[in-house]
Design a protein around this ligand. Structure first.
Ligand code: KL2
Length: 529
């Protein structure tokens, strides 16, 4: 009966269930609930909550059902449609058996929600790049759609509430924002989703529709008490998680790697082609606009882990790597220092100010960015890993410390892994021969990395207008998707600054966060056996 569960069926159902709840006919409400499928149940619950206290019985049915589905559904698709929750609320208003007294819905009406949603949707379309997606996908290709979205942790919103003075207060509640965020994500039909600012105590509830839609996940909380972190969701029937690492940038007492930002690096193989791997990484770098030097150091650490997980083999032409995607909120603008480092593959910090601009700042950076005791080379490689690889003596250990420590990652154990080839107390330039013709350098005043990363977005449209991904004092871009060794087919178009200025301040009743969601579809060539 509910196949497709489009508005036509869900609106009357939600209304009827709601009325049953009002008159205390729980059995009848439960009957309706039982008839519907999981994505709709999720929405129905959220919806009912707005008009009546939802009895415990409904929740427990829902949770039990999800659990039973999850335990038997490996590889099973539950479909990725999701009812437009907000549309359901609206339709209910009209036929109003159910008094929607909720502030969120009330204010949405005043906000001319319908028009705004339409405007926003027109700005955010999937646009082909090059040839785009062809209608038939050859056996040799895998199509990967990835999203990255900073969803604005509620506790950060509340800590920095002065930033939201121009906003409709009713659009700032987590209960209102969450379904908008989930809906936009689920509608995009991605198979990998990277989320920044996922608050830990909202995680379990946030995950429900994703678990029900066949996603597994990794989660890494920041190392301070802000309570938010990174969430990486992937379709469990398509990807096998082969290896992963939670990266903590708080490593030393130096003033460059002592911030609590984190990253995730995950290595997947395709279930339909186990030889084919891809490394996907997400991060949320330091906010402080003045400290691009810190963001550069954080990127160096992240890339060392990406390098370690993506390495395949050394060839005559140098090292070979699996395809890589690095995405997230980098808190830096296009074409500035760290961006140049990422996309150019090298960057000199020596002599620049902390903002990494030429001739700026009274504190000029010297030749050392991160301390040599971390044993990460100026080419973003772990010295121990590189040395063992080149000498053919197996895998080396990294010097990175993790608070979620197991033995090889707590400080005491790490000391045993120090090499005597590198002077870990020195901040002088060091160039160390590993094998004939292969060197590692430390503290050279410049960084490089081995990947040819490109940005999915160009940041400037053909007419010269800038794109934006968030609103701070002004509309700017700070979120990115970088990739290498895969083909970009399309992207989730970002609006220009001028278009953004036409939108009501975000978050609003259409956009659930203070960032916009980024997305791209790639073609991954399967590796032959
Ligand atoms: O810019 V952001 O918002 O990517 O959307 O990343 C940080 C900022 C996030 C995590 O640290 O919290 C926000 N003023 C404004 N926003 C801030 C500040 C601040 N002083 N500190 C943190 N954030």
């Amino acid at each position: 009966m509910i196949a497709g569960y489009k508005l036509v069926t869900t609106v009357p159902l939600a209304n009827v269930a709601c009325r049953f709840l009002h008159i205390g006919a729980l059995d009848q409400a439960l009957k309706i609930f039982h008839m519907s499928e999981i994505p709709f149940k999720h929405l129905l619950l959220g919806n009912l909550r707005k008009c009546a206290p939802v009895p415990e019985a409904l929740y427990s049915t829902y949770i039990n059902l999800l659990k039973s589905k999850l335990s038997c559904s490996d590889g099973e698709e539950l479909g990725n449609t999701m009812e437009p929750l907000i549309d359901v609320c609206f339709a209910q208003n009209e036929s109003s058996n159910c008094q929607m007294t909720n502030n969120f819905v009330q204010s949405m009406t005043n906000f001319q929600y319908g028009t705004s949603r339409k405007n926003y949707r027109e700005l955010r379309q999937w646009k082909s790049v090059g040839n785009g997606i062809s209608s038939t996908i050859p056996e040799s290709d895998f199509i990967l759609r990835l999203l990255t979205y900073n969803i604005l942790a509620q506790n950060l919103l509340e800590t920095h509430s002065y930033l939201y003075n121009y906003h409709n207060k009713n659009a700032l509640s987590w209960e209102g924002r969450k379904p908008l965020i989930q809906q936009e994500i689920i509608e995009a039909g991605a198979n990998v989703i990277c989320i920044q600012e996922m608050q830990l105590d909202h995680l379990e509830e946030f995950l429900l529709p994703f678990k029900a839609n066949g996603f597994d996940y990794l989660y890494k909380k920041r190392t301070n008490e802000m309570g938010d972190g990174l969430l990486l969701l992937f379709r469990r029937n398509q990807f096998k998680l082969v290896d992963y690492v939670y990266v903590e940038y708080n490593q030393t007492s130096s003033d460059i790697l002592n911030r609590d930002n984190v990253g995730i690096v995950a290595k997947f193989s395709l279930k339909e082609s186990p030889e084919t791997h891809i490394v996907i990484s997400t991060t949320h770098l330091l906010y402080n606009p003045k400290r691009s030097d810190v963001r550069l150091a954080q990127t160096q650490v992240l890339f060392a882990e990406v390098e370690r997980l993506s390495f395949i083999e050394n060839t005559r032409d140098g090292p070979k790597y699996h395809p890589i995607i690095v995405c997230g909120d980098f808190n830096l603008q296009p074409f500035t220092g760290v961006y140049k480092f990422i996309t150019d593959g090298s960057f000199q910090y020596l002599g620049k100010g902390r903002e990494l601009q030429e001739n700026s700042g009274f504190r000029r950076l010297n030749n050392t960015l991160i301390p040599s005791c971390l044993l990460i080379t100026d080419n973003c490689q772990h010295f121990n890993v590189l040395a063992r690889r080149l000498r053919g003596s197996g895998d080396g250990h990294t010097m990175l410390y993790s608070r979620e420590s197991n033995c090889n990652q707590n400080r005491k154990c790490l000391e045993h892994m120090l090499t005597n080839e590198v002077d870990i107390n020195s901040s002088d330039y060091q160039k160390i021969a590993i094998i004939d013709g292969e060197y590692a350098t430390f503290s050279s005043g410049a960084l490089s990395h081995p990947f040819k990363l490109k940005s999915v977005y160009s940041h400037v449209k053909n007419n010269g207008e800038l794109e934006a991904s968030t609103h701070q004092d002004e509309w700017i871009t700070v979120d990115y998707i970088f990739y290498t060794d895969i083909e970009l087919l399309d992207r989730y178009r970002l609006p220009t600054v001028a278009e953004c200025r036409q939108l009501p301040h975000i978050p609003n009743f259409v956009v659930g966060s203070d960032h916009l969601c980024l997305g791209a579809t790639f073609k991954l060539k399967k590796r032959a056996l």
